[in-house]
Design a protein around this ligand. Structure first.
Ligand code: TXA
Ligand code: MG
Length: 308
């Protein structure tokens, strides 16, 4: 993979925007930390973000947008969300809200969840990039550990806060702080009233949320033959016969394509007309590690009530 580093002048940002629109990844500064960004409406670009990690896991990503109006096309805002956005956007506050149905946002970006984490960054480079790319950008914090020399870090440090954004879940009954960050707990409680803290007995923490996501149908891994009524997620050219329906994660056996399709296809097959979802073996390397991690959790004993 080729990395290309440019100072963030107008020409460089325009080129970065063109790359993003073409489904490529771009590292860019925000007022907190650098993000590794990809087009949040493109499952393949989002798969490439996960693939860029040494040990990929499908943790849900933050979707960056230029302003509140764009955020409202992607997420469902309630009254506390409007108050928080009015007070802290643009800035280092991420809101977890229900996804707006049919908004075209990659399901992989939020790891298959019904919610989306969204924020409007204040940094001028991020702002210009979002406007020129003209689409939401999914970006985890870029991993700088052990890779950036002190001199390089000095160049970028001056306009970076260094602390990631605060993640506030407003999708439930009461606001819940999922990750402390640049916007303080005190500032949030002053604005919104009681806010649940991370580690308290909350119904939702990011880890729990992510691991609780599972299809309602039983999921069977490494399937080699059909059982009655099962649907199949196939990988590779040849699928065994006899399944009620087959969706191909990737006919070419491409792990990035399989990652891009995973959550959308699991949802499409999670219907009571099938007896279960069988999944063909997925190679356990590269993005296959993240796919298998997520499939194992989907196949684990139910946390959710099955279909009646
Ligand atoms: O400052 C920041 O927030 C940086 C810059 C680049 O914006 N981004 C960042 O992204 O830190 P990331 O992917 O490293 O952290 C995202 C956090 C994780 O803790 C994740 O679990 C949580 O947000 N998160 C994302 N989507 C979520 C969702 N739908 N529900 C609950 N938590 C979510
Ligand atoms: Mg991070």
């Amino acid at each position: 993979m080729m990395a290309d580093i440019a100072p963030a002048g107008a020409a460089a940002i325009a080129r970065a925007a063109t790359l993003l629109r073409a489904g490529r990844l771009v590292a860019f500064p925000t007022e907190t930390v650098y993000g590794l960004g990809g087009d949040a409406t493109n499952d393949h670009a989002v798969a490439a973000i996960f693939a860029a990690k040494a040990r990929p896991r499908f943790n849900p990503l933050i979707v960056h947008v230029r302003d509140l109006a764009e955020a409202e096309t992607l997420a469902v805002f309630n009254s506390p969300a409007h108050r928080a956005a009015a007070r802290f956007w643009p800035g280092p506050l991420t809101l977890v809200l229900p996804r707006q149905p049919g908004a075209g946002l990659s399901l992989l970006a939020s790891a298959g969840l019904d919610t989306v984490a969204i924020r409007v960054p204040a940094h001028s480079v991020a702002q210009v990039l979002l406007r020129e790319a003209d689409r939401p950008i999914a970006a985890p914090s870029a991993n700088r550990s052990g890779r950036v020399s002190p001199t390089e870090a000095a160049h970028v440090a001056e306009d970076l806060f260094g602390l990631e954004s605060t993640v506030l879940d407003l999708s439930g009954e009461t606001p819940a702080l999922l990750r402390p960050g640049a916007v303080t707990f005190e500032a949030l409680t002053e604005l919104l009233g009681p806010v649940g803290l991370p580690g308290s007995a909350l119904p939702k923490s990011p880890g729990m949320l992510a691991s609780h996501y599972a299809p309602r149908l039983p999921v069977r891994l490494a399937a080699a033959e059909a059982r009655p009524g099962e649907a199949l997620l196939a990988f590779g050219a040849d699928a065994p016969p006899g399944f009620a329906q087959v969706l191909w994660l990737s006919r070419a056996g491409d792990l990035a394509e399989a990652a891009a399709n995973l959550f959308a296809m699991l949802r499409r097959l999670d219907r009571p007309s099938f007896s279960g979802i069988a999944v063909m073996p997925i190679p356990d390397h590269g993005l296959g590690l993240a796919i298998n991690d997520r499939l194992r959790r989907a196949a684990a004993p139910r946390q959710m009530p099955p279909f009646k």
